[in-house]
Structures are given as C-alpha cells and as structure tokens.
Design a protein around this ligand. Structure first.
Ligand code: PLP
Length: 394
C-alpha cells in the first residue's frame, strides 16, 4: 500500500492522467542515489552530459536551460526573458492551458491579443495569419502557441504557424508550450524556427514533476538583451554562463537530474522516431475503442488529434467526474478530469510517457468496465477493437 492511499485497492495503480505520468523503475532507481555536491568536480560532468543530450530531445543545436520548477515557471521564464512591459502577444485560446498562459501574460503587464476557438481543434493558423498580415507596424512581439492542448487532446500544427509567420514576413518571436508533447509527439525546435520552447519533466519525459525547460534560439537570446521585463530567478544569462561548464547558478534539482539523465538515455535508446510512432499507435487504438463505445472524441479535427492523450465526451445527462470516481474506486485507475467549461463533460485518457500495449489494454478495460458500473450508455467491444488494432488484426 502506498503511503498516501487511504483505502487499499489491490494491484498496481494506473496513473492514466495526461501528466504526471508513470515513472519507469529505471528513472526511480537513478534518483535513489545520494545527493552530490552541486559545486563538486563530478557534478559538472553530469551537468554537461545532460545539457548536451537534452538538445536531441528538443531537436535543437542551441541551448536548453533547466529550472527547478513546474512547467508554469518555464512559461514565465519564456515571457520574462523576451518581452518588455506593454508588448503585444498573439495567443490562441485552444483550451485551459492556453487560457492560463494568457492570464500569466496579463499579470506580467503584457497585452495579449486572443484568438478564440471552440476548444475542439488546435491553434487557428488562418486567424493567426490574418492578424499578422494586418500588423504592418509590427506591434506584435510574439506568437505564443500551446503545441498539445492537454485540456482538449488537440495538437496544433506548429510548422503551419511558422509558415504563416514567414509568409507574412512578420518578425515576431514564436514561443511554444510543449509541456505535454515533448518526447511524445514529434517536435522540431530548430526546423520549425521556434524561438522559445517551454517544456516540463512530468509528462513525456517520464519524470516526476519538478523540472522545466526553455530551449532558446539565437533570435530569442538577442531579444533577451533588450527585453525590459524584470527577471532574476528566470534570467537566462547567469544560467547559460554557469551551464557552459555543466553547472547552475543556484542549487539544481540534483536527484531529478539523475532521473533526467536516465530518462534521456532511455528515449535515445528507444529512438525518438520509435517513441513518436508508439504514441501515435496507442492514440489510434484508443480512438478506435472510443468510437466502438459510441462516445465522442473532444477533438473534432482529425488533423489535430493528439497522440499524447484523448479527451472523451460523456453523453448528455451523464457525469464524467462520476465515471472517473467509479473507475478510481473500483479499478484503482486515475483518469484526467475536464477543465474549465469541460468540467464534468469530458474525461481524459493519458497515453503518454512510459506506456506499453498491455498498459493501454488495461486502461481501456478499466474504462469499459467503469462505463458499465457507472451506468453510462455505451457499445461494448471497445477493448477488442483496440486489441485488434494493436495486434495487427484490424
Ligand atoms: C501540464 C501543463 C501545463 C502546466 O504545467 P505545470 O507543470 O503544472 O506548471 C502547462 N501547459 C500544458 C500544455 C500542460 O500540459
């Protein structure tokens, strides 16, 4: 029995929220080592190794900085290092997380211009292009996009956003939140011309919460020299200066870094292309199960389907939270809740991180049994549809 459980349910807990995700034993064992002197000679070697290998995960040749913070901290770092008070930021309300980022921008005295969506698709590239085309005075300092909107299970086409910015010839910076997509869904910081990539440890990177990241382009580094927002803890400059020799300007999350080193090794051993294909496959199997149940997928545009999670709508008159509570009590599995306007309307199946075929079949099995227990009308055979697909029988 885990120390936080109040009622014992036998068997392993299924943590199928879209982050934090299941932490592999290899990562847990790596963190279970004595904390070392973060100014000592060994630490610099570890730091240099991590900072070097991490670039491959972001698909960048440039620097990636690591904060001992949740993803929200890396959001703030991205904005604070590149903006001045009153700067206009173009954002797209793809869902709950995009809304939170916008609120943060306002608190930092930035001026968001917000493109609305129906929370059922990714960022509206045509609307972004139209706003940029009108901005001939270049008032817009940055375009901020959430790559994978974790509240809806919709993935934005960052490559298309970049192409729209290029077509408009607009000099804005491109900032992208990959907190729930990095190391799950293909993402190319350099090739897509992203200026700041924001990421977190507890989703595709298979670590506990507590680390977050900024990958930084040369253009963003130059912007940091003239940006006027106050920043201290988040300032890239002392961080990059210390990182040059593998160290940090303040105490890093030493044991989380042991875990990060192991997690990066595991990702590179599997091969990033294989990691992405595994997530794509699990997402497709999940959608086949959902359709067989006769339930609706929150993402309405197949081009924006997320490979990291699937948000599922419950029929009118039924409670997604009631269903989740039943599944937790009877089958010891946590699913993600609906956020904001989607509260009680959707449940979210996380299929990202350290996750295999049998875990997916177990996850879908728990949902199918839970739908029956909770009295949510559904067709049977969803798990079978997933098995058929996973075993090449579809
Ligand atoms: C989880 C998440 C966040 C928030 O990250 P924290 O680590 O909770 O601060 C932000 N954006 C997206 C897309 C997320 O999935």
């Amino acid at each position: 029995m885990a120390y936080y459980e109040t009622t014992r349910v036998a068997g392993r807990h299924f943590l199928q929220i879209p982050g934090p995700t299941n932490v592999p034993d290899r990562v847990l064992r790596a963190m279970d080592n004595p904390t070392m002197d973060h100014r000592g000679p060994d630490f610099g070697k570890l730091g240099a190794q991590i900072l070097g290998n991490l670039r491959q995960v972001f698909q960048t040749a440039g620097p990636v900085v690591i904060y001992p913070a949740s993803g929200t901290g890396a959001w703030e770092a991205a904005l604070a290092n590149t903006h001045s008070p009153g700067d206009v930021v173009l954002m797209c309300r793809t869902g709950w997380f995009a809304s939170l980022w916008k609120e943060m921008a306002e608190r930092l005295s930035l001026v968001p211009e917000f493109i609305e969506t129906d929370w059922r698709r990714g960022a509206d590239v045509e609307a972004i292009a139209a706003v940029l085309a009108k901005d001939t005075a270049y008032r817009i300092r940055s375009v901020c996009v959430v790559h994978n909107e974790t509240s809806t299970g919709c993935t934005s086409r960052v490559d298309e956003v970049r192409a729209a910015m290029d077509a408009a010839g607009h000099p804005a910076l491109l900032l992208v939140d990959t907190i729930s997509s990095l190391a799950s869904i293909d993402y190319k910081h350099d090739a897509w011309g992203v200026d700041v990539t924001v990421a977190g440890s507890q989703k595709g990177l298979m670590l506990p919460p507590g680390l977050s990241f900024n990958a930084i382009s040369a253009k963003a580094l130059a912007a940091a020299e003239t940006a006027k927002l106050p920043r201290s803890y988040w300032d890239w400059r002392p961080m990059l200066a210390a990182n040059a020799t593998g160290y940090f300007p303040y105490t890093p999350g030493t044991n989380l870094l042991y875990g990060l080193d192991a997690a990066i090794t595991m990702l590179l051993e599997e091969g990033l292309a294989n990691v992405f294909a595994r997530h794509d496959r699990h997402a497709e199997a999940t959608r086949r199960a959902v359709r067989t149940w006769g339930l609706e997928i929150q993402c309405a545009d197949p081009r924006h389907y997320s490979s990291a999670l699937t948000a599922v709508r419950v029929p009118e008159g039924h409670s997604a939270d009631g269903l989740r509570a039943t599944i937790l009590a009877k089958y010891n599995m946590s699913l993600g809740n609906g956020l904001g306007p989607l509260k009680d309307r959707v449940f979210r199946i996380g299929h990202l991180g350290d996750f295999g075929d049998l875990q997916l079949v177990g996850t879908l099995g728990g949902i199918e049994m839970g739908l029956r227990s909770a009295g949510v009308p559904h067709g049977t055979g969803g798990v079978q549809a997933a098995i058929d697909y996973l075993s090449g029988n579809a």
